[in-house]
Ligand binder design. Structure first.
Ligand SMILES: NC(=O)c1ccc[n+]([C@@H]2O[C@H](COP(=O)([O-])OP(=O)(O)OC[C@H]3O[C@@H](n4cnc5c(N)ncnc54)[C@H](OP(=O)(O)O)[C@@H]3O)[C@@H](O)[C@H]2O)c1
Length: 242
């Protein structure tokens, strides 16, 4: 693929890693927009971009994505914690008004982990004596809990477990709900664990990210995909793992 002109909306921890990976893949960062720099959405460099990549904060993501699609620029967003605002954006994209590629986790490994968990959840239907729980650990700077990835993982598992009606952030599980516990420690990039416990044994599935590179590479691959596809896009569309 020919090098893309990319705008980074949010130039924090993820923005910096994405910049390095995008450049290594032959793309050009034409502009970065950080907090308080909203005027740059009307900069000619924004209009010249092929795609924007947005990693900011839950309260800002919706407006940032909207600004991009209103200016005809496809946007890849990895910001978590704003799923309540996404249906509106999705509807606009599905009506042909723009392109948004959102994922709670752009790591290819995590998306494989999601599919593994979907299949294990279906298999474990035959073993109702195993109690299911989920645990996630992230760095202390993370604003949302449980993580967006934990919620996506829970939704994937719940789709295979009709006897469970939802998930809850709780150490004390209620019947019919999938309990999720969240921990915030040091600079941990992200650990997600799904556990099935019976009276006699335990089955544990864990994904552990070693750094931010896996998320950043996935976001750049998503930007390349969003350049050639339209509408509301997801990792399922790009990876076709299902
Ligand atoms: N989907 C994935 O694969 C994935 C992976 C990792 C992280 N994430 C998510 O990505 C988001 C960002 O993570 P991060 O670790 O990069 O956080 P971060 O280091 O805090 O970076 C966020 C950056 O966005 C800036 N910002 C805040 N409001 C903005 C606005 N209105 N417009 C433009 N920029 C703004 C922040 O500026 P200030 O510092 O001034 O606030 C900061 O530079 C979080 O929601 C996180 O959960 C997703």
């Amino acid at each position: 693929m020919q090098g893309l002109k990319i705008v980074l909306i949010g130039y924090g921890k993820m923005g910096h890693v994405i910049e390095k990976i995008a450049q290594a893949r032959g793309h050009q960062i034409v502009l970065t927009i950080d907090r308080g720099e909203e005027a740059l959405f009307d900069d000619p460099r924004f209009a010249s971009a092929d795609v924007a990549i947005e990693f900011t904060a839950p309260a800002m993501a919706f407006d940032n994505c909207l600004r991009a699609i209103e200016r005809g620029i496809p946007v890849v967003s990895g910001t978590t914690g704003w799923t309540d605002r996404q249906p509106e954006l999705r509807a606009r994209c599905e009506a042909g008004e723009g392109t948004v590629f959102w994922s709670s986790n752009f790591s290819i490994g995590v998306n494989l982990f999601l599919q593994i968990n979907r299949r294990v959840a279906a298999l474990m239907q035959a073993a109702p004596n195993y109690h299911l729980s989920m645990d996630e650990t992230h760095h202390i700077h993370k604003l949302d809990a449980p993580s967006g990835t934990a919620i996506t993982l829970a939704e994937a598992i719940l789709s295979e477990r009709p006897e469970l009606t939802g998930w809850e952030l709780s150490e004390e599980p209620h019947t019919g709900l999938l309990p999720i516990t969240a921990h915030r420690e040091g600079e941990v990039p992200g650990i997600h664990t799904v556990t099935y416990t019976s009276e006699v044994d335990r089955i544990v599935l864990t994904h552990e990210a070693f750094g931010r590179q896996g998320f950043a590479l996935g976001a750049v691959l998503a930007a390349e995909f969003a350049h050639t596809h339209q509408g509301w896009l997801t990792m399922d569309d790009m990876l076709q793992l299902g």
